[in-house]
Design a protein around this ligand. Sequence first.
Ligand code: FES
Length: 159
Amino acid sequence: MADENQGELTARLTPILDRYEGRRGVLVSLLQDVQAEFGFLEEKVMSTVAEALKLPLSHLYGVTSFYSQFYFKPRGKHIVRVCTGTACHIRGAPAIQARLEDELGICAGETTEDLVFTLETVNCVGCCALAPVVTVNDRVLNRREQRKLSGWIREQRAP
Ligand code: FES
């Protein structure tokens, strides 16, 4: 992405911009599609979108910073989330978070240097009966599956 020239960037953006052309109130959806295409909202992408929409770049950042679903830095191939909602907190989420931070070598909210893992916390994924809950790429892991998580993490890192 960093080496992507403006022509390639525009070629990837054009179908998205065309899809929303002339429609009002679709900025968030458009930016979701842009993020889905590029993985995150790099400044160069944001400024190209702002220019195409004839909107101030600050407006785009104002909108995207309001929503936690938008990302401005590269994210890992695998998104590991620890639920820190009340039920999960009571049933051991802090220890799980600490163990995963240790195993991955990053803090919650960070991405490993090799871009394989992003570790995040989330507030209740709606499966409190399974607490404590961890999700991997939006798949909820029960306790038994969580026991296999360390091995799975090692496998993902294997050369
Ligand atoms: S608090 Fe963790 S799933 Fe509800």
